[in-house]
Ligand binder design. Structure first.
Ligand code: NAP
Length: 350
């Protein structure tokens, strides 16, 4: 396994993202030389928070332009880098009109693009890919087929397709492609990080990231009639950044790492908020009956197949590898939820 020279620049793709911003902050606070790619350099409001963080740190920070769909566009940013964090990938779970164009092509071709550039760029020694637990499981019901009734780093999503859970499908085929390319060479190691649903204070006032939009929706009344009886693996964005950095710098790190503090239903997450904010916000108080989801779900993008294979079913992820091998300690979900709520309220997003 390869040791990373900390004097060399480090590349983070998708620097404007909710998760990438925390990874960049952690690296800059360690005084490292960080490069971030953004899709459009002229949209500086999307990355001005990173410039501010850099100014208050001992690290060096440079912005590059690159698009997942433009072959070779990551090449320039990668020159001299030993370490690459590939986080950029579209994250959408609703309002998808063309899954192929919106999710599958950027996820798959983008991964190909970044890893092939790394192959050409002889300095790269390690790539840490932000994968997801959704490349380990398709639907909650799939847990019944696991060896010990829990998803582990050995599991693969075999049930998502371009029409059923296309985001999960995009992450699965992108990760498979990454491992395929990694096996064709021995210049760099690939390590993949698999977050559950990510929550926790954001470094920006952006509303269009799925995690942030979810927290806003729990508070602003959008979900006040109730939430589906859905269980999610949850991880704090700050802990997730630590998992990425540990996976990058620990020479022994290898393979796939689940990053999840534990599982919660949507109602349990809402109840944490309810206890603190009582009547101040229109927080959901109940679960929507399954029959209602069958009737109205398709209008909201929940197919019958989705409802029958996920609603009311447990979902568990084995996070022990990240604890044992990377030394991660996950903060309680309650702290994550309350910190995130405080941030969206403080930033005037609800
Ligand atoms: P996010 O805030 O929406 O960030 C996504 C990033 O990807 C943005 O920087 C975006 O750039 C970039 N991107 C999208 N399409 C691109 C393209 N064609 N070319 C270049 N960049 C592109 O989402 P996030 O929650 O931080 O997610 C980051 C990663 O974590 C993704 O790989 C996602 O699948 C994974 N993940 C997220 C969660 C979660 O709960 N949030 C859970 C598991 C895994 P723009 O700013 O230009 O749009």
């Amino acid at each position: 396994m390869k040791e990373i020279n900390r004097q060399k620049p480090i590349l983070v793709t998708g620097g404007t993202g909710y998760i990438a911003s925390w990874i960049i902050k952690l690296l800059l606070e360690k005084g490292l030389d960080v490069r971030a790619t953004v899709r459009d350099k002229s949209k500086s409001e999307k990355f001005k928070h990173l410039i501010e963080i850099a100014e208050n740190s001992n690290g060096k920070f440079t912005i590059f332009e690159a698009d997942l769909l433009k072959v070779g566009s990551f090449q320039e940013a990668m020159v001299d880098c030993e370490l690459v964090f590939h986080t950029a990938s579209p994250f959408m779970i609703s309002g998808i009109k063309d899954a192929q164009k919106q999710l599958i092509e950027p996820a798959l071709n983008g991964t190909r693009n970044v890893l092939n550039s790394a192959k050409e760029n002889k300095s790269v020694k390690r790539i840490v890919l932000t994968a997801s637990v959704v490349s380990m499981h398709g639907d909650a019901v799939d847990m019944q087929d696991t060896e010990n009734g829990i998803f582990t780093d050995k599991d693969w999503n075999t049930t998502s397709t371009a029409t059923h859970r296309p985001y999960s499908y995009s992450k699965t085929i992108a990760e498979k492609e990454a491992w395929k390319i990694a096996k064709t060479q021995n210049q760099f190691d690939l390590v993949t990080v698999h977050p559950g649903f990510v929550l926790g204070a954001s470094l920006t006032k952006r509303k269009d990231s799925v995690s942030i939009d979810f927290m806003i929706s729990l508070l602003n009344g959008k979900l006040k009639t109730g939430v589906p009886n859905l269980t999610l693996g949850i991880v704090d964005v700050r802990d997730l950044a630590k998992v990425h950095v540990a996976a990058a710098f620990n020479p022994e790190a290898e393979g796939r790492y689940i990053a999840s503090a534990g599982s919660s239903t949507m109602l349990e997450l809402a109840n944490i908020l309810q206890k603190k904010y009582l009547t101040k916000f229109k927080i959901p108080k109940m679960q929507l009956p399954k029959i209602m989801l069958y009737l109205f779900g398709p209008l909201q993008g929940f197919s019958w197949k989705y409802v029958s294979r996920n609603i009311g079913l447990p979902l568990k992820f084995d996070n022990s590898k990240s604890i044992k091998e990377l030394g991660i300690s996950y903060r309680p979900i309650e702290e994550t939820v309350l910190d995130h709520a405080e941030q969206v309220i403080r930033d005037g997003l609800v």
